[in-house]
Design a binder for this molecule. Structure first.
Ligand code: DX5
Ligand code: ZN
Length: 216
């Protein structure tokens, strides 16, 4: 299977968002990564439903929504109505993670769980068989364009071992500071999906970057 690529619109040009979405539609990208921030769980606010309504209408790629918000379960219905494919909730925001994961699946979306850089992979043992994906944050969430945290490669390796040991078929996605070099190492360690913010949208020829990442 080739590497899946999920460009993050956080690094897109919001003055010309439709143009950037059109570029993604025409590219080999697999999904569209959407970072929703609330200024509470993370120290930044991104965008909400009035913007997402248009993004969902314009995107031909399945939506990979990364929720950096407290109480994400409050918005399951809204994301379902947007036609979201993957709903990523942070481990750190869900004391009743198992319940939230079931609710996302019952709403017809694919549940995914995300872990912060300081959250150990071992805490996921009892949830990996219930989710379709685990998202490993390789920066502290909240901003695009940050420096890749090296220990993420080892976390991906550890997660791959956990998935094998438990028989989980969850995909492994990595998000934050990924470039062609770190991407290659992550894929070698067992990553299936790479999120691309800065590396794609600030490149002179974004579609070519996506194409190169697909071949990692
Ligand atoms: C950070 C977001 C990322 C971000 C990645 O909180 O979750 O998805 O857009 O951007 P880069 O690839 O520039 O680190
Ligand atoms: Zn993200």
């Amino acid at each position: 299977m080739s590497t899946l690529v999920s460009p993050s619109i956080l690094s897109a040009d919001f003055g010309h968002l439709a143009d950037d979405l059109e570029m993604i539609n025409r590219s080999e990208a697999d999904w569209l990564h959407i970072d929703v921030m609330d200024g509470v769980f993370v120290p930044n606010i991104s965008f909400g439903f009035p913007v997402l309504k248009h993004v969902a209408r314009l995107s031909q790629k399945p939506l990979d929504v990364h929720l950096m918000i407290v109480q994400p379960e409050k918005f399951i219905r809204e994301f379902q109505e947007l036609g979201v494919e993957l709903m990523n909730v942070h481990y750190e925001t869900c004391p009743h993670l198992h319940r939230v994961v079931q609710q996302i699946r019952e709403a017809g979306m694919r549940p995914a769980v995300t872990i912060n850089p300081a959250t150990p992979v071992s805490l996921l043992k009892d949830i990996v068989c219930d989710v379709d994906m685990v998202l490993v944050m390789s920066v502290n969430p909240g901003f695009g364009g940050q420096k890749f945290l090296e220990h993420s490669v080892e976390k991906v390796r550890e997660l791959r071992d956990l998935l094998d040991a438990t028989g989980s078929h969850a995909l492994i996605e990595v998000d934050g500071g990924v470039n062609l070099h770190t991407g290659a190492r992550l894929v070698e360690a067992g990553a299936d999906v790479l999120v691309a913010g800065n590396a794609v949208f600030n490149a002179p020829r974004p579609a070519e970057v996506i194409r190169a990442w697909k071949r990692l």
